[in-house]
Design a protein. Structure first.
Length: 397
């Protein structure tokens, strides 16, 4: 419901009745901004271990017996948030408006990152490794191929000119990697496409049936993968999209579906501090004793939404106007790789992490102010005429 000057405000709960997500959540007053920044920073921290040559030091991987790393947990949190917000958008807008907004949020920043990596970062590393010798543009695999082969979001080329192969991570995987964070975007976009497909065929009218069914269908293979892990990673390489893994389709898709489930049933899901704390305890228990993929992710989903609603008001303003989380996520890995290339991977680990963070934040700020926010400004004003649904007012949220 829209109140006042187009601002969304949740209704107040009736006296004597427990508040629900629908009543407590406001698109203008929530802590998703600070949560996204925390999750992006957690990915940076988690990547610091393998990129500095300490692949067995991830604290959450050790705590959970190898079930999940800190970075993977953070990515799952991202997918829960995306599932909640993207489904919210899909249910309130036309398909064309929905598709345009999703495109603007992901692709411009992603394309800019590809160009910066290929024509700023890679030349610097070429200069560091090989001096002033020419041949960078003609190298194989080359920078033009890096942009061209990855432009459709699937990462079909990770190497540029054989660079980065001498880093600790390059020696581990026997290849040069510039940006190992971008692989998750194809799964994110896949979730967007799936939700958009449901909207396009008017399945949103039966969202209370279709979303639980999808979540249940994803939970089944999650349980099966735990029982027969040798069949968990079934690989395919569709044209343009590149390599996809059944394990990540199920794992990330299930997290997204859980966020969508909370949005669809927001009028019935209570917001209660006791349940929030219980979800955090359940999350820790499944991480420690097992069953995270099947049950811990459910606890994680509730905890994320609960925190978005219940964190102190002072924290809700962080990242609301300027969202640097996407930039931190896509630029941290190449920054960390370049630091490792010049020997910083051998530094005291907190110093390596802190330096990477300090160098990444300005890039994230440039990404937001120079590319992402400008693209998002076109959500309504710059949408092509053929994308505007006739007689349909756009949802401003």
């Amino acid at each position: 419901m829209i109140f006042g000057r187009g601002r969304l405000s949740p209704p107040r709960p009736r006296a004597g009745r427990r508040a629900t997500v629908a009543e407590c959540f406001s698109s203008r007053d929530n802590a998703f901004g600070v949560l996204r920044l925390a999750l992006a920073s957690a990915v940076l921290v988690s990547h610091s271990y393998p990129l500095s040559g300490r692949p067995d030091r991830d604290p959450l991987a050790r705590f959970s017996g190898g079930q999940v790393s800190l970075g993977t947990l953070a990515v799952l949190g991202f997918f829960v948030i995306s599932g909640f917000l993207v489904t919210r958008s899909a249910l309130r807008t036309s398909f064309r408006s929905y598709a345009w907004r999703r495109f603007l949020r992901i692709f411009p920043g992603f394309w800019a990152c590809l160009v910066v990596t290929a024509f700023v970062f890679a030349p610097l590393m070429w200069l560091y490794e090989r001096g002033f010798h020419g041949g960078f543009l003609e190298s194989r695999p080359g920078p033009l191929g890096y942009v061209g082969r990855n432009v459709a979001i699937g990462m079909n080329q990770n190497d540029i000119g054989g660079l980065m192969r001498g880093t600790p991570y390059g020696l581990q995987v026997h290849a040069g990697y510039f940006d190992g964070s971008l692989w998750t975007l194809v799964y994110e976009v896949g979730c967007y496409v799936f939700v958009g497909g449901l909207v396009a065929v008017a399945v949103r009218r039966w969202a209370r049936i279709s979303v639980p069914v999808v979540a249940a269908l994803l939970l089944v293979p999650a349980v099966v993968f735990r029982l027969v892990p040798q069949h968990a990673h079934l690989l395919a390489k569709p044209p343009i999209i590149g390599l996809i893994d059944s394990y990540w389709i199920v794992t990330l898709g299930f997290a997204f579906a859980l966020g969508a489930l909370i949005e669809v049933f927001k009028e019935r899901i209570p917001v209660h501090d006791g349940l929030g704390l219980l979800s955090l305890v359940a999350l820790l228990v499944t991480l420690r004793v097992g069953g995270f993929a099947q049950f811990g992710s459910i606890a994680l989903a509730y905890a994320v939404i609960w925190l978005a609603v219940r964190l102190p008001r002072a924290m809700r303003g962080i990242g609301r106007r300027n969202d640097y989380s996407y930039g931190i996520y896509i630029y941290a890995f190449p920054v960390q790789q370049m630091l490792a290339e010049v020997g910083a991977g051998g530094w005291w680990l907190p110093l390596y992490m802190g330096t990477a963070f300090l160098l990444t934040v300005p890039l994230a700020m440039l990404s937001w102010h120079g590319v992402e926010s400008r693209a998002m400004a076109l959500r309504d004003r710059g949408r092509p005429r053929w994308l505007v649904a006739p007689g349909r007012a756009a949802f401003r949220g």
